[in-house]
Design a protein around this ligand. Sequence first.
Ligand SMILES: [Fe+2]
Length: 129
Amino acid sequence: MTDKQRKELLRSQQGELDAVLMYNALAKAVKREPDSATFKQLAKEEGRHAQVFHQYTQTALQPKTLKSRLLPMLYRLLGRRLLYPLIAKGEYKAEKGYQHLIADFADVASVAADEKRHGDTVMSLLNEQ
Ligand SMILES: [Fe+2]
């Protein structure tokens, strides 16, 4: 892999690790139990994504806590109807951002597919009462 690819895989791995903390923090902060259960599940899947990137980078990274501190605050400030679309947007952006890696790093395909599903899942929470 090129230096540029390695940097991008490391950046992706970091983002996935940070997302684990973020979704677990959200799972604790949200009021509705179905939302909490969903975010716990998404946290697990982000953990798998981090492992996929780790397989390529063979480098251990430490998660950063910024988003895990920010998102519960935004939840309290904005509420779920405003915040969840922002989260979904991030997931859809990740799905698109990963596409060009798939040719050289095939396992990224399942990660990208998950991000799309995550976006849909978070949006679907808003269809519930
Ligand atoms: Fe992910």
